[in-house]
Design a protein around this ligand. Structure first.
Ligand code: ADP
Length: 453
């Protein structure tokens, strides 16, 4: 096992990793920018190192500073959390070159899945169903129109290096496709430094369903069921739940087994998520994330497996925590990502939290790094915290979530709490009858109502 882990992240995920380390008896090193000197992860870690000024590129993404912090503190492993360097294959390699362990998958797998075109090819080869689309990148020399017509409009132009829901353009006609190709390619070039784009059939009312996997890197792998992340705004997840309200046990077992088999064949190491769109009973692979995800507590609640702790154990050469047969889905869990944003305009609302009262009680979990008096800096994401609620049934879970949301107090800044309080009372949500465009349609309807009233 590792002796000392450096956590190359901030906010709630840094705290989450710290908790797992403490339980395992591993010493922790927090790193922070000058803007985060008073952050909770810094206060709770055994040691801390300032790694640079506020902008992420100068601190949390600054590899030489992170290496120096490892050197100074004698850390033997690095946990990257999510975002920042978590899917940077080069970072994993550099750590290895310095005899440091990267708590994550093999660099070759991070690289493979980071290129969405290669990821789709690999998925197809491994027997995972994919969204119909172009065979690889579409360049100016290709007959995009013919490809578009063959796939059937509407089509989606996506960036090979895309992420965070950016770099996607829908085209309903051949003319729109020409425009979409050039804008998407230009945007991809400036945002990701790679102009490659590809085409996919645009599914009109799918759900986003993802499978959590865990591999030991030696050919052993299991799946831990799914999370339904269909409630999204600008392709960003807002509310995640598991199990999906629309998936049968048989459908779960089938897609889960396909994913676990693929991970066995790859000799995948650590935690990963295979993301699908799900429409008319069919799964379509969109991408794989080779890291712990924001919504991992949903799976932890319904499987009773500590994913971060297992991730650390497995990175140190440990075995899988259970066989596939030992995994059972217990009840239902929902996670709300509560952001420091105006609940109508979604404009970020950084600043000082003057009152903070997290909800509690049976089945209620808060993953957050904020406290009363904490100032949310304007430099990073606007996550205030994640509220995760568990119940024996979806009905009980919703009942508890309603109560927990009403109990929670965050003052001094604007948050998206009012949005969740409304969502948890919406018939479409209560019935579980929603798809990836539901939330945006709902928000547009609400905006219209405010205008006319
Ligand atoms: P990113 O890496 O930027 O998050 P993804 O490929 O994971 O991109 O897609 C993010 C979201 O975009 C999906 O959850 C879904 O809402 C939407 N999306 C992606 N591909 C399609 C598609 N072919 N048809 C319709 N929506 C899509």
């Amino acid at each position: 096992m590792f002796d000392k882990i450096l956590i190359a992240n901030r906010g709630e995920i840094a705290l989450r990793v710290l908790r797992a380390c403490k339980e395992l008896g591993i010493s922790t090193v927090a790193v922070h920018s000058t803007a985060d000197a008073d952050a909770m992860h810094v206060r709770l870690a055994d040691e801390s190192v300032c790694i640079g000024p506020p902008p992420s590129k100068d601190s949390y993404l600054n590899i030489p500073s992170l290496l120096a912090a490892c050197e100074i503190t004698g850390a033997d492993a690095v946990h990257p959390g999510y975002g920042f360097l978590s899917e940077n294959a080069r970072f994993a390699e550099i750590l290895a070159e310095h005899n440091l362990h990267f708590i994550g998958p093999k660099a070759e797998h991070i690289r493979l899945m980071g290129d969405k075109i290669e990821a789709k090819r690999t998925a197809k080869k491994l027997g995972i169903p994919v969204v119909p689309g172009s065979d690889g990148a579409v360049g100016p020399e290709d007959d995009a129109m013919a490809i578009g017509e063959a796939i059937g409009f509407p089509v989606l132009v996506k960036a090979a290096a895309g992420g965070g829901g950016r770099g996607m353009k829908v085209a309903h006609t051949a003319d729109e496709l020409l425009m979409a190709l050039s804008t998407a390619s230009n945007e991809a070039k400036s945002a990701f430094g790679d102009a490659s784009v590809y085409l996919e059939k645009y599914l009109t009312k799918p759900r986003h369903i993802e499978i959590q996997v865990l591999g030991d890197g030696r050919g052993g792998a299991i799946h831990l069921g799914e999370r339904d992340c269909s409630l999204q705004r600008r392709h960003q997840k807002v509310w995640e739940e598991g199990p999906s309200p629309v998936l049968s046990a048989a459908a779960r077992a089938k897609i889960g087994a396909t994913c676990a088999k693929a991970m066995q064949d790859m000799k995948y190491l650590g935690v990963g998520t295979i993301e699908f769109l799900y429409e008319d009973g069919e799964f379509y692979f969109i991408e794989m994330n080779t890291r712990i995800q924001v919504e991992h507590p949903v799976t932890e609640s319904i499987t009773d497996i500590d994913l971060v702790l297992e991730q650390i154990r497995i990175a140190a050469g440990g075995d899988l925590p259970a066989t596939q047969d030992e995994i059972t889905i217990i009840g239902h869990a929902i996670e709300c990502r509560i952001n420091a944003e105006n609940p109508q305009t979604f404009r970020p609302s950084p600043g000082k939290i003057t009152q903070f009262h997290p909800p509690g009680g049976l089945g209620v979990r808060i993953d957050s790094a904020v406290y009363q008096g904490y100032v949310i800096p304007p430099y990073y994401d606007s996550l205030v915290g994640k509220l995760i609620v568990h119940g024996k049934t979806r009905g009980e879970c919703l009942m508890r979530l309603r109560r927990a949301l009403d109990e929670m107090v965050v003052e001094g800044i604007e948050t998206t709490l009012p949005l969740f309080r409304a969502l948890v009372r919406e018939p479409g949500i209560i019935d579980g009858d929603y798809h990836i465009h539901w939330l945006e349609q709902y928000l547009a309807g609400q905006a219209e109502k405010t205008k006319t009233s």
